[in-house]
Design a protein around this ligand. Structure first.
Ligand code: TRP
Length: 340
Protein backbone atom coordinates (compact mmCIF):
# COMPACT_ATOMS: atom_id res chain seq x y z
CA UNK A 1 0.00 0.00 0.00
CA UNK A 2 1.27 3.41 -0.82
CA UNK A 3 0.06 5.51 2.08
CA UNK A 4 0.87 8.74 0.33
CA UNK A 5 -1.86 8.12 -2.22
CA UNK A 6 -4.74 8.64 0.18
CA UNK A 7 -3.67 12.03 1.40
CA UNK A 8 -5.66 15.14 1.16
CA UNK A 9 -3.78 17.66 -0.98
CA UNK A 10 -4.59 20.30 1.63
CA UNK A 11 -2.17 18.72 4.07
CA UNK A 12 0.62 20.98 5.29
CA UNK A 13 3.79 19.01 5.70
CA UNK A 14 6.67 19.87 7.99
CA UNK A 15 9.62 17.71 8.74
CA UNK A 16 13.19 18.20 9.77
CA UNK A 17 16.58 16.72 10.49
CA UNK A 18 19.13 17.57 13.12
CA UNK A 19 22.16 19.04 11.42
CA UNK A 20 24.64 16.86 13.27
CA UNK A 21 26.07 14.84 10.41
CA UNK A 22 25.55 13.92 6.80
CA UNK A 23 22.37 11.96 6.06
CA UNK A 24 22.55 8.23 5.37
CA UNK A 25 20.67 5.35 3.75
CA UNK A 26 18.44 5.03 6.83
CA UNK A 27 17.18 8.58 6.26
CA UNK A 28 16.80 7.79 2.56
CA UNK A 29 14.44 4.82 2.96
CA UNK A 30 12.84 6.12 6.16
CA UNK A 31 11.86 9.59 5.00
CA UNK A 32 13.78 11.35 2.20
CA UNK A 33 12.32 9.26 -0.63
CA UNK A 34 8.83 10.01 0.60
CA UNK A 35 9.49 13.72 0.81
CA UNK A 36 10.51 13.74 -2.85
CA UNK A 37 7.18 12.14 -3.75
CA UNK A 38 5.17 14.52 -1.58
CA UNK A 39 6.61 17.81 -2.75
CA UNK A 40 4.71 17.98 -6.03
CA UNK A 41 1.33 17.61 -4.35
CA UNK A 42 1.55 19.25 -0.94
CA UNK A 43 2.84 22.37 0.71
CA UNK A 44 6.04 21.02 2.23
CA UNK A 45 8.66 22.60 4.45
CA UNK A 46 11.85 20.96 5.62
CA UNK A 47 13.60 22.40 8.62
CA UNK A 48 17.33 22.04 9.09
CA UNK A 49 17.24 21.68 12.88
CA UNK A 50 20.47 23.35 13.94
CA UNK A 51 19.13 24.50 17.33
CA UNK A 52 17.93 21.00 18.14
CA UNK A 53 21.33 19.72 17.03
CA UNK A 54 22.93 21.90 19.70
CA UNK A 55 20.83 20.40 22.50
CA UNK A 56 23.36 17.58 22.86
CA UNK A 57 26.34 19.16 21.11
CA UNK A 58 26.80 22.51 22.81
CA UNK A 59 30.33 21.43 23.79
CA UNK A 60 31.12 20.95 20.12
CA UNK A 61 29.01 23.43 18.16
CA UNK A 62 31.11 22.94 15.04
CA UNK A 63 29.54 19.54 14.65
CA UNK A 64 26.30 21.38 13.95
CA UNK A 65 27.49 24.44 12.05
CA UNK A 66 29.73 22.44 9.73
CA UNK A 67 26.91 20.08 8.78
CA UNK A 68 24.18 22.57 7.88
CA UNK A 69 25.16 22.85 4.22
CA UNK A 70 25.94 19.11 4.02
CA UNK A 71 22.36 18.35 4.96
CA UNK A 72 21.02 20.83 2.39
CA UNK A 73 23.24 19.22 -0.26
CA UNK A 74 21.91 15.79 0.78
CA UNK A 75 18.34 17.02 0.26
CA UNK A 76 19.05 18.42 -3.17
CA UNK A 77 21.09 15.37 -4.21
CA UNK A 78 18.18 12.99 -3.56
CA UNK A 79 15.80 15.17 -5.54
CA UNK A 80 14.21 17.58 -3.10
CA UNK A 81 13.51 20.62 -5.23
CA UNK A 82 13.66 24.03 -3.52
CA UNK A 83 11.13 25.32 -6.04
CA UNK A 84 8.62 22.84 -4.59
CA UNK A 85 9.82 22.38 -1.02
CA UNK A 86 10.72 25.22 1.34
CA UNK A 87 14.05 24.45 3.00
CA UNK A 88 14.72 26.64 6.04
CA UNK A 89 17.10 26.97 8.97
CA UNK A 90 15.62 26.64 12.46
CA UNK A 91 17.89 29.24 14.10
CA UNK A 92 16.70 31.82 11.57
CA UNK A 93 13.13 31.55 12.82
CA UNK A 94 12.92 33.36 16.18
CA UNK A 95 9.18 32.69 16.43
CA UNK A 96 9.99 29.03 17.04
CA UNK A 97 12.15 29.87 20.07
CA UNK A 98 9.41 32.14 21.40
CA UNK A 99 6.74 29.49 20.93
CA UNK A 100 8.99 27.06 22.81
CA UNK A 101 9.01 29.45 25.79
CA UNK A 102 5.21 29.72 25.89
CA UNK A 103 4.70 25.97 25.47
CA UNK A 104 7.23 25.24 28.24
CA UNK A 105 4.64 26.40 30.73
CA UNK A 106 2.26 23.69 29.60
CA UNK A 107 4.59 20.71 29.99
CA UNK A 108 5.87 19.11 33.19
CA UNK A 109 9.40 17.86 33.76
CA UNK A 110 8.07 14.41 34.59
CA UNK A 111 6.21 14.28 31.28
CA UNK A 112 9.44 15.10 29.46
CA UNK A 113 11.31 12.44 31.42
CA UNK A 114 8.72 9.89 30.37
CA UNK A 115 9.17 10.55 26.64
CA UNK A 116 10.55 7.17 25.44
CA UNK A 117 12.78 8.63 22.73
CA UNK A 118 14.30 11.18 25.10
CA UNK A 119 14.67 8.45 27.72
CA UNK A 120 16.67 6.15 25.46
CA UNK A 121 18.73 9.03 24.09
CA UNK A 122 19.64 10.07 27.65
CA UNK A 123 20.91 6.55 28.23
CA UNK A 124 22.81 6.33 24.95
CA UNK A 125 24.49 9.67 25.53
CA UNK A 126 25.34 8.98 29.17
CA UNK A 127 23.33 12.01 30.29
CA UNK A 128 21.75 10.20 33.27
CA UNK A 129 23.58 12.28 35.87
CA UNK A 130 23.33 15.66 34.24
CA UNK A 131 20.88 16.32 31.47
CA UNK A 132 21.16 19.66 29.65
CA UNK A 133 17.85 21.49 30.12
CA UNK A 134 17.74 22.18 26.39
CA UNK A 135 18.02 18.49 25.67
CA UNK A 136 15.29 17.43 28.07
CA UNK A 137 13.00 20.06 26.61
CA UNK A 138 13.72 19.55 22.92
CA UNK A 139 10.34 17.83 22.41
CA UNK A 140 8.78 21.21 23.29
CA UNK A 141 10.92 22.93 20.70
CA UNK A 142 9.94 20.27 18.18
CA UNK A 143 6.29 20.96 19.01
CA UNK A 144 7.03 24.61 18.21
CA UNK A 145 8.55 23.56 14.87
CA UNK A 146 5.50 21.54 13.91
CA UNK A 147 2.78 23.88 15.14
CA UNK A 148 4.70 26.96 13.96
CA UNK A 149 3.92 25.88 10.43
CA UNK A 150 0.39 24.67 11.21
CA UNK A 151 1.56 21.31 9.98
CA UNK A 152 -1.00 18.53 9.75
CA UNK A 153 1.35 15.83 8.52
CA UNK A 154 4.88 14.99 9.63
CA UNK A 155 6.88 12.38 7.66
CA UNK A 156 9.17 10.78 10.21
CA UNK A 157 10.63 7.51 11.39
CA UNK A 158 8.83 5.66 14.18
CA UNK A 159 11.34 6.90 16.76
CA UNK A 160 9.71 10.32 16.39
CA UNK A 161 6.18 9.21 17.31
CA UNK A 162 6.57 10.25 20.97
CA UNK A 163 7.45 13.77 19.76
CA UNK A 164 4.24 14.00 17.79
CA UNK A 165 2.27 12.71 20.75
CA UNK A 166 3.75 15.44 22.94
CA UNK A 167 3.08 18.00 20.24
CA UNK A 168 -0.58 17.06 20.14
CA UNK A 169 -0.86 17.29 23.93
CA UNK A 170 0.44 20.85 23.72
CA UNK A 171 -1.94 21.62 20.86
CA UNK A 172 -4.90 20.41 22.92
CA UNK A 173 -3.80 22.45 25.93
CA UNK A 174 -3.48 25.63 23.87
CA UNK A 175 -6.84 25.03 22.19
CA UNK A 176 -8.50 24.38 25.56
CA UNK A 177 -7.06 27.61 26.92
CA UNK A 178 -8.25 29.46 23.84
CA UNK A 179 -11.68 27.86 23.86
CA UNK A 180 -11.36 27.29 20.14
CA UNK A 181 -9.08 25.61 17.64
CA UNK A 182 -6.02 27.84 17.32
CA UNK A 183 -3.49 25.09 16.58
CA UNK A 184 -3.76 22.02 14.38
CA UNK A 185 -3.11 18.48 15.63
CA UNK A 186 -0.63 16.60 13.49
CA UNK A 187 -0.42 13.07 12.17
CA UNK A 188 2.73 11.11 11.45
CA UNK A 189 3.41 9.84 7.97
CA UNK A 190 5.40 6.68 8.43
CA UNK A 191 7.33 5.09 5.63
CA UNK A 192 6.11 1.71 4.36
CA UNK A 193 9.67 0.48 4.41
CA UNK A 194 10.82 -1.41 7.49
CA UNK A 195 13.48 0.32 9.54
CA UNK A 196 16.91 -0.20 8.03
CA UNK A 197 19.36 -1.83 10.46
CA UNK A 198 22.90 -0.59 10.92
CA UNK A 199 25.54 -2.40 8.85
CA UNK A 200 26.84 -4.19 11.96
CA UNK A 201 23.33 -5.45 12.74
CA UNK A 202 23.71 -4.27 16.32
CA UNK A 203 22.67 -0.75 16.94
CA UNK A 204 20.25 1.74 15.71
CA UNK A 205 21.82 3.63 12.83
CA UNK A 206 23.54 6.65 14.12
CA UNK A 207 25.23 9.61 12.55
CA UNK A 208 27.89 9.27 15.22
CA UNK A 209 28.77 5.60 14.77
CA UNK A 210 30.48 4.11 11.75
CA UNK A 211 27.70 1.64 11.10
CA UNK A 212 25.91 3.54 8.35
CA UNK A 213 26.36 4.27 4.68
CA UNK A 214 26.18 8.00 4.06
CA UNK A 215 24.49 9.34 0.95
CA UNK A 216 27.81 10.88 -0.03
CA UNK A 217 29.83 7.69 0.62
CA UNK A 218 32.67 7.08 -1.82
CA UNK A 219 32.81 3.94 -3.93
CA UNK A 220 35.44 2.55 -1.58
CA UNK A 221 33.43 3.36 1.56
CA UNK A 222 30.38 1.62 0.11
CA UNK A 223 32.47 -1.40 -0.80
CA UNK A 224 34.04 -1.62 2.65
CA UNK A 225 30.72 -1.15 4.43
CA UNK A 226 29.12 -3.97 2.45
CA UNK A 227 32.10 -6.28 2.94
CA UNK A 228 31.95 -5.80 6.71
CA UNK A 229 28.17 -6.25 6.94
CA UNK A 230 26.75 -8.58 9.51
CA UNK A 231 25.42 -11.83 8.00
CA UNK A 232 24.59 -15.19 9.57
CA UNK A 233 27.42 -15.98 12.02
CA UNK A 234 26.65 -19.71 11.76
CA UNK A 235 26.98 -19.74 7.99
CA UNK A 236 30.58 -20.88 8.05
CA UNK A 237 30.99 -22.73 4.77
CA UNK A 238 29.37 -21.94 1.44
CA UNK A 239 27.56 -25.27 1.37
CA UNK A 240 25.98 -24.71 4.83
CA UNK A 241 22.34 -23.61 4.93
CA UNK A 242 22.13 -19.99 6.00
CA UNK A 243 19.70 -17.71 7.79
CA UNK A 244 18.13 -14.86 5.89
CA UNK A 245 16.33 -13.33 8.88
CA UNK A 246 18.56 -10.88 10.72
CA UNK A 247 21.08 -11.11 7.89
CA UNK A 248 21.77 -7.46 7.13
CA UNK A 249 22.78 -8.13 3.51
CA UNK A 250 19.33 -9.52 2.77
CA UNK A 251 17.57 -6.73 4.65
CA UNK A 252 19.40 -4.22 2.45
CA UNK A 253 18.66 -6.25 -0.69
CA UNK A 254 14.97 -6.14 0.26
CA UNK A 255 15.17 -2.39 0.73
CA UNK A 256 17.18 -1.50 -2.36
CA UNK A 257 17.28 -4.22 -5.02
CA UNK A 258 14.82 -3.47 -7.83
CA UNK A 259 14.18 -7.14 -8.70
CA UNK A 260 12.18 -8.73 -5.88
CA UNK A 261 11.89 -12.07 -7.68
CA UNK A 262 15.65 -12.32 -8.01
CA UNK A 263 16.15 -11.48 -4.33
CA UNK A 264 13.65 -14.22 -3.41
CA UNK A 265 15.64 -16.71 -5.49
CA UNK A 266 18.83 -15.67 -3.72
CA UNK A 267 17.11 -16.13 -0.36
CA UNK A 268 15.97 -19.64 -1.26
CA UNK A 269 19.43 -20.56 -2.45
CA UNK A 270 21.02 -19.15 0.69
CA UNK A 271 18.63 -21.04 2.96
CA UNK A 272 19.27 -24.26 1.04
CA UNK A 273 23.04 -23.83 1.21
CA UNK A 274 25.56 -23.35 -1.56
CA UNK A 275 25.44 -19.56 -1.74
CA UNK A 276 28.34 -17.69 -0.18
CA UNK A 277 28.24 -14.35 1.60
CA UNK A 278 30.80 -13.08 -0.88
CA UNK A 279 28.27 -13.52 -3.70
CA UNK A 280 25.32 -11.93 -1.89
CA UNK A 281 27.53 -9.03 -0.86
CA UNK A 282 28.66 -8.56 -4.43
CA UNK A 283 25.06 -8.33 -5.65
CA UNK A 284 24.26 -5.80 -2.91
CA UNK A 285 27.36 -3.76 -3.54
CA UNK A 286 26.60 -3.43 -7.24
CA UNK A 287 23.07 -2.32 -6.48
CA UNK A 288 24.12 0.27 -3.86
CA UNK A 289 26.91 1.61 -6.06
CA UNK A 290 24.37 2.19 -8.80
CA UNK A 291 21.89 3.98 -6.52
CA UNK A 292 24.47 6.12 -4.74
CA UNK A 293 26.69 7.10 -7.69
CA UNK A 294 24.36 9.79 -9.10
CA UNK A 295 23.47 11.01 -5.60
CA UNK A 296 27.16 11.35 -4.69
CA UNK A 297 27.94 13.17 -7.92
CA UNK A 298 25.09 15.65 -7.51
CA UNK A 299 26.03 16.18 -3.87
CA UNK A 300 29.61 17.09 -4.82
CA UNK A 301 28.30 19.47 -7.44
CA UNK A 302 25.97 21.21 -4.98
CA UNK A 303 28.66 21.48 -2.33
CA UNK A 304 30.86 23.13 -4.94
CA UNK A 305 28.50 26.10 -4.96
CA UNK A 306 28.01 27.01 -1.29
CA UNK A 307 26.59 30.43 -2.18
CA UNK A 308 23.70 28.71 -3.92
CA UNK A 309 23.02 26.49 -0.89
CA UNK A 310 23.05 29.51 1.40
CA UNK A 311 20.74 31.36 -0.93
CA UNK A 312 18.25 28.48 -0.78
CA UNK A 313 18.31 28.64 3.03
CA UNK A 314 17.94 32.44 3.07
CA UNK A 315 14.92 32.37 0.76
CA UNK A 316 13.31 29.42 2.55
CA UNK A 317 13.85 31.00 5.95
CA UNK A 318 12.35 34.29 4.81
CA UNK A 319 9.12 32.62 3.71
CA UNK A 320 9.09 30.55 6.91
CA UNK A 321 9.62 33.58 9.15
CA UNK A 322 6.36 34.99 7.92
CA UNK A 323 4.43 31.79 8.46
CA UNK A 324 5.79 31.11 11.93
CA UNK A 325 5.34 34.67 13.17
CA UNK A 326 1.65 34.43 12.27
CA UNK A 327 1.27 31.39 14.52
CA UNK A 328 3.25 33.11 17.27
CA UNK A 329 0.83 36.03 17.12
CA UNK A 330 -2.12 33.64 17.56
CA UNK A 331 -0.48 31.87 20.51
CA UNK A 332 0.42 35.15 22.22
CA UNK A 333 -3.20 36.10 21.75
CA UNK A 334 -4.28 33.01 23.67
CA UNK A 335 -2.16 34.24 26.58
CA UNK A 336 -3.53 37.76 26.21
CA UNK A 337 -0.17 39.25 25.34
CA UNK A 338 -0.96 41.17 22.18
CA UNK A 339 -1.73 44.31 24.15
CA UNK A 340 -0.14 46.69 21.66
N1 TRP B 1 13.93 15.22 15.89
C1 TRP B 1 14.21 15.11 14.48
C2 TRP B 1 15.47 14.23 14.31
O1 TRP B 1 15.92 13.65 15.24
C3 TRP B 1 14.49 16.44 13.82
C4 TRP B 1 13.37 17.43 13.87
C5 TRP B 1 13.44 18.68 14.42
C6 TRP B 1 12.06 17.28 13.37
N2 TRP B 1 12.28 19.33 14.26
C7 TRP B 1 11.39 18.51 13.63
C8 TRP B 1 11.37 16.26 12.72
C9 TRP B 1 10.07 18.71 13.27
C10 TRP B 1 10.05 16.46 12.38
C11 TRP B 1 9.40 17.67 12.65
O2 TRP B 1 16.02 14.15 13.24
Amino acid sequence: MNRTQNLDSQEIILTGDRATGPLHLGHYVGSLKQRVGLQAVHEQTILVADMQGLTDNAHNPKKVSSNILNVVADYLAVGIDPAQTTICLQSQLPALAELTMYYSNLVTISRLERNPTVKSEIQNKGFERSIPAGFLTYPISQAADITGFNASLVPVGDDQLPMLEQTNEIVRKVNTLAGCSVLTECKPLLSNAPRLPSTDGKNKMSKSMSNTINLGATEKEISEAVKSMYTDPDHLRIEDPGNVEGNVVFTYLDAFHPDEEYVNQLKEHYRRGGLGDGTTKKVLEECLQEILRPIRERRIEFLGDKAQLIDILIKGSQVSREKTSGVLFDVKDVFGLNIF
